[in-house]
Design a protein around this ligand. Structure first.
Ligand SMILES: C[S@@+](CC[C@H](N)C(=O)[O-])C[C@H]1O[C@@H](n2cnc3c(N)ncnc32)[C@H](O)[C@@H]1O
Length: 200
């Protein structure tokens, strides 16, 4: 069997389901994970930086692009209490876990969809798109997700990207500048940086 990654669309590996709790933006969350999903043992440090600093309005429409088991989308849904959150991942196991975690944390204003990038979203637009990119899937995939974000933002939309300094975050910020005209560093810590581009 070829080796599986966290971005394998249909993981076949079996293994123990894990549950852990964590507190983010003042909310205690209970999260279930399984093998072949990203950062299954704990919330990734880059994800934490993103969640800690992302600005989400009460009525925002938010896209968690490459959602994994759903932690970014769950926090976004709690912040956008009168808005709506869409979570998308190519990995069907991740999407199943995201759905389970949404339900376990009593989130009603969110949905999780399986698919490649923006394919399951047709021409829907969002006020905020957040991406902790699948670096291991390759730069062409990450660039495609950044390019696509521009077409799926509302006129005053915001795009957040977090990545490890060692994994080339500066090059990704450069790509954001090419696509959006600017990219502002909004936070850093633990070897990660968070960038924000505004559509206008
Ligand atoms: C670095 S992980 C981040 C997961 C989650 N957002 C978090 O921070 O814990 C990137 C995610 O992107 C997903 N992914 C990879 N390629 C994708 C694609 N073409 N379309 C949608 N999701 C993709 C992976 O399956 C993985 O769950």
């Amino acid at each position: 069997m070829p080796s599986e990654h966290y971005f394998t669309p249909r993981p076949a590996s079996r293994g123990k389901r894990q549950t852990f709790t964590t507190t983010l933006r003042g909310h205690k969350l209970r999260l279930v994970t399984e093998p072949s999903v990203f950062s299954r043992a704990r919330v990734d440090r880059g994800t934490r930086l993103l969640v800690r600093h992302m600005e989400v309005g009460e009525e925002d429409r938010f896209l968690d692009l490459g959602c994994g088991y759903g932690v970014v989308g769950i926090v976004a849904a709690l912040l956008a209490s009168h808005g709506h959150v869409t979570l998308v991942d190519i990995n069907e196991r991740a999407v199943a876990l995201a759905r389970r975690n949404l339900a376990a944390n009593n989130i009603q204003n969110a949905e999780a969809l399986q698919g490649d990038g923006f394919a399951p979203l047709a021409d829907r637009t969002f006020d905020v798109i957040a991406l902790n990119p699948p670096i291991r899937a390759g730069i062409p995939v990450v660039h495609r997700l950044i390019d696509g974000s521009k077409d799926h933002l509302s006129p005053a939309g915001r795009f957040y990207l977090v990545a490890r300094t060692k994994q080339g975050v500066l090059r990704l910020a450069q790509k954001m500048t090419e696509v959006f005209g600017q990219a502002e560093a909004v936070a850093k810590g633990g070897g990660y940086r968070l960038y924000l581009s505004r559509l206008s």
